[in-house]
Write a protein that binds this ligand. Sequence first.
Ligand code: BES
Ligand code: ZN
Length: 454
Amino acid sequence: MTQLEAYITENEGRFLEDLKGWLRIPSISTLPEHAADIWRAAQYAVDQLTVIGFERARLIETSGHPLVYGEWLKAPGKPTLLVYGHYDVQPVDPVDLWHTPPFEPTIRGDNLYCRGACDDKGQTMLVFKALESLMTVNGTLPVNVRVLIEGEEEAGGESIEHYVKTHPERLGCDVVLICDTGMPAKDLPALIYGLRGIIYTEVEVRGAKRDLHSGEYGGIAPNPLHTLAIIIAGLKDAGGHIHIPGLYDKVRKPTTEELKFWNEDMLHINGLLLEEMGVSQFTGEAEYSPMERIWARPTLEVHGIIGGFTGEGAKMVIPAVSKAKISLRLPPDVKSEEAFMLFERRVKELAPAGVEVKVDKILGGEGVMVMPDSPPMQAAAAALKEYFGKEPIFIREGGSIPVAALFHEVLNVPVVMMGFGLPDDNLHSPNEKYSLSQFYKGIRTVASFLQRLT
Ligand code: BES
Ligand code: ZN
């Protein structure tokens, strides 16, 4: 056994305790009442970096939530790796569906349950522990490392965007590692070369100046809830086609290899997707394969509708206001700003006369495509093979990490997206979890990746 392996094996228990300590801090970035928790979670990451021996480990204040930075640049002549992660998490509602409290890390079987267990404290902590292990065993790291962690990823990542754009010189590096993605199954290691972008919007419809008696005014009054239904139905049809003129214009045709992989589905990923959703068939654009639909097609989803009467019993009222939360996922060539313009125009066009419609963009971020065959990707592939016993597959994923596109564009270096999340990790849902074996393998894999970068 190597010294590194011995160190990791001996310290697995403490690594897990360090993760649990971080998880207990409810760092929900979108809820103002958690501002103090955000700071505590950021400071926790600074402390981790300091203990490892990073220099200038500190918080960087922004107009939003703080960034965490640290560096170790004592390997002259070696490449520099920039590590990215996020310490913020999603809200926990509906809280009654959690089997154990959302911020009390709990182990059941091979899984650690807690909000953020995977996304992204678990995945970020495993990189810290790979760095710690290499540093402790060797007294040095194989490459130079900068770490930049944000606290606003789940809220759109505006502050890190500003920082990367205004201080690219402070982030000088040869390669970026993002550990915030997943793999399709435990025995299917994956490297991600594409992510979708996103716009998240709020559509508000206003009718009469106040709620109205539905008998007195029904027949002549505008109903903002019904208006929303008309708008929503006009945006996407039952076949999954989005009716926003211009939206599909820039969607680039996938490569022949991609189409072959998606259409043939030799690894039976479609079956895994159905099983994970607990449904018997896919919805959406039947003329595209399911993998193309989730990884490479624009999609439009309604997340919530607010308005009217939802209590017990009956109340005959025509509401004055209604709102819907609607988002679009965008393949990399469809830019978020343009998509928002097209969306806003279409929503207004669909609204019947007599109501006032307002469309707000809550957040937006670009998709990304990276080169699957860069040397760092090959290093990551070799590391995955070492610990998962198989060549990884190169795939896209449908989620969004807005800063990935920025790193790619502004720093102009290869971006390696290697994560260890699993489809049943319940990201953004009740009972989020992380597999302990994935956590421990992830530590070893990332350590191996660093050694292979030199
Ligand atoms: N870790 C996810 C992104 C992800 C999920 C990538 C699954 C690949 C597979 C990330 O934390 C996330 O959820 N991002 C948000 C971004 C948004 C709020 C800008 C998302 O995708 O909804
Ligand atoms: Zn994440």
